[in-house]
Design a protein around this ligand. Structure first.
Ligand SMILES: Nc1ncnc2c1ncn2[C@@H]1O[C@H](COP(=O)(O)OP(=O)(O)OP(=O)(O)O)[C@@H](O)[C@H]1O
Ligand SMILES: [Mg+2]
Length: 307
């Protein structure tokens, strides 16, 4: 199936430096794709290229199977850039009307009512945008980005600068929009937690190179060290700790207070560990399997780069 966004071996030279060093990835229909990377990695540069604001120095860029510079393709893309681009002296409705005229939206008033309701700004429709909080501005920017009912949304850090409760609200709105309006979303973010909550696929970019790319769950599985954490009623004795450490298949790492952490071998089941401890008279309160987080994946990659 044709990808909604396809970037192949794209390079960008700016100010004599190679900012993007031949990056490639695809975004499929219905994906919520997280584009993660530290400051200066090249996220905004990639987004500018995707929107046709920068010309790639080399490589191929396609959105919806077409060249991004065709007006037909642009009509099918909605976006939020790093600066929200809203007019402070105009009301929310006026900002949307202005945008609707540029994009030749039909039935403007109906669509404005719909998008303002979708982002929870109906009450503030007639207020000047200069009086809006950061969270409200970002919600309005999102409303504006979907005004012309695009197929693909390209968002540069849509929740940046918004407080935690505002971020939760924005993410909820984004997910609603993705599902009810069936949009493909490409969003850049520093926020690992955010990406983990809403994205199904990701690419990690650092210093102009894609370091990891694919389904979030698969990437997390690759990282999974299969750690098992066992909480006990009381700490075990030093002698039992030494004895258990001698059983290498258990992979006992340490005792922290009343918690034991194991990295068992592949053929050791969690139940094997539990029954062995029980035999030794250990009272177990809780057993959990530790899942790899995106944070671990991210820091492993940053470490790789620093080596
Ligand atoms: N117009 C430009 N001329 C020269 N260098 C530029 C230009 N725009 C960006 N850069 C450089 O390109 C690199 C990548 O910048 P970019 O804005 O794409 O990073 P980013 O991943 O979006 O970072 P952030 O998380 O801070 O937004 C940076 O080193 C930046 O200084
Ligand atoms: Mg940026």
């Amino acid at each position: 199936m044709q990808p909604e966004i396809g970037i192949e071996n794209v390079k960008k030279i700016l100010g004599g430096r190679e900012i993007l060093k031949g990056i490639s990835f695809t975004v499929g229909k219905g994906d919520i794709f997280g584009y993660l990377g530290p400051n200066g990695a090249g996220k905004t540069t990639t987004i500018r290229i995707l929107l046709g604001l920068f010309q790639a120095s080399a490589g191929r860029v396609q959105v919806l199977g077409q060249d991004i510079n065709s007006s037909e393709t642009r009509q099918k893309i909605g976006f939020i850039l790093d600066a929200d681009g809203l007019y402070n002296n105009m009301t929310a409705v006026e900002n949307l009307e202005y945008y609707a005229c540029i994009y030749k939206v039909s039935n403007i008033q109906k669509r404005i009512d719909y998008v303002l309701a979708a982002v929870g700004l109906k009450e503030r429709a007639r207020d000047r945008v200069g009086t809006f909080s950061k969270g409200m501005r970002q919600r309005l920017a999102l409303a504006r980005s979907i005004m012309h009912d695009p197929d693909v949304l390209i968002l540069d850090e849509p929740t940046s600068g918004v407080d935690p409760s505002g971020q939760i609200e924005l993410r909820k709105i984004l997910l609603d929009v993705a599902h009810t309006e069936k949009k493909t979303i490409f969003l850049s973010s520093h926020n690992l937690d955010e990406v983990q909550r809403i994205c199904n696929r990701i690419a990690l970019i650092d210093r102009g190179e894609i370091k990891r790319y694919g389904e979030l769950e698969k990437l997390k599985k690759e990282m999974d060290r299969g750690e098992v954490v066992i909480k006990m009623a009381a700490p075990i004795s030093e002698s039992l700790l030494t004895e258990l450490k001698g059983l290498t298949h258990l992979g006992l790492q340490d005792q922290k207070g009343t918690v034991l952490i194991f990295s068992p071998s592949k053929d050791t089941a969690i139940s094997d560990i539990v029954s062995l401890l029980t035999e030794k008279g250990v009272k177990i309160e809780e057993v959990t399997k530790k899942e790899a987080s995106l944070e671990e994946l991210y820091s492993a990659i940053v470490r790789e780069v620093e080596q």
